[in-house]
Ligand binder design. Structure first.
Ligand SMILES: CSC[C@H]1O[C@H](OP(=O)(O)O)[C@H](O)[C@@H]1O
Ligand code: HPA
Length: 245
């Protein structure tokens, strides 16, 4: 089954990917974030797309999630590993750690979030009880164990609108709602993947303590520094996971 990796903040290129070609895909929903990169990673064919663009120029609320997911499906992708940077709310979610969330709460608004629109298709209601595909999650969790990464195999991802970071009160509300990590791109990407019939799971790298946790504010310097470590771990994870998938 064809595998794709969607990279986020901190992962605009995939080290070790032997690139074979770059493909511009036209979609009924407009332009994807960039050409899809085809290549070989750990002996396996993989496609790669950077959701913020390869120069990280597209903010989270302006990503064309529909075009990105449609392009993947069109190219024959059936499994997607989504890499994301997040802020940590729960004690376990300390900066530098990898997390495989199992639930989502969507706080985004005004994003084009479905393929099922009037005049395009019938009315369709997908099941989204468990938003991430369990077999792919299990494979990632086992690979993280095998790589000795001390990752957190659970967590609820709160998807906020951005591009600004949250207020301390918003983070307190996210925590009361049951969120353990917060990011800005988890939705509608996961729901669109489900609508498109793709097996989708997220590997999140904790970049910072969320705003107000421990009385802290958030700085981009802290995020960038923690993401260096986080993305090293993502690379170790992919080295173990990709050959098994
Ligand atoms: C201050 S960094 C925020 C930025 O990073 C995350 O992006 P991604 O999920 O693509 O790794 C977060 O969602 C924001 O877009
Ligand atoms: O604290 C955060 N909030 C939202 N998105 C993020 N992406 C990295 N850190 C954060």
């Amino acid at each position: 089954m064809t595998l794709a990796i969607i990279g986020g903040t901190g992962l605009t290129r995939l080290d070790g990917l032997e690139i074979t070609r770059r493909e511009v895909v036209r979609t009924p929903f407009g332009e994807p974030s960039g050409p899809v990169i085809h290549g070989v990673l750990q002996g396996r064919e993989v496609m790669f797309l950077a959701r913020h663009g390869y120069a990280h120029t597209i903010p989270p609320h302006q990503i064309n999630y529909r075009a990105n997911i449609w392009a993947m499906r069109h190219l024959g992708v059936r499994r997607v590993i989504a890499v994301a940077a997040v802020g940590g709310l729960a004690d376990e979610m300390e900066p530098g750690r990898l997390v495989f969330p199992d639930q989502i709460i969507d706080y985004t608004y005004g994003r084009r979030h479905t393929f099922f629109e009037q005049d395009l298709t019938d009315v369709v209601h997908i099941d989204f009880t468990y938003p991430y595909e369990q077999t792919l999650r299990d494979a990632l969790i086992s690979a993280a164990d095998a790589a000795g990464l001390d990752a957190v195999p659970w967590g609820t991802y709160g998807a906020t609108q951005g591009p600004r970071l949250e207020t301390a009160a918003e983070v307190r509300r996210l925590a009361r709602d049951g969120c353990h990590v917060v990011g800005m791109t988890g939705m509608p990407e996961a729901a669109l993947a489900r609508e498109a019939g793709l097996a989708y799971a997220t590997c999140a790298a904790v970049a910072n303590w969320a705003a107000g946790i421990g009385g802290r504010t958030v700085t981009m310097e802290e995020i960038d520094a923690n993401l260096v470590k986080g993305m090293e771990r993502v690379r170790s994870l992919l080295a173990k996971a990709v050959p098994q998938l």
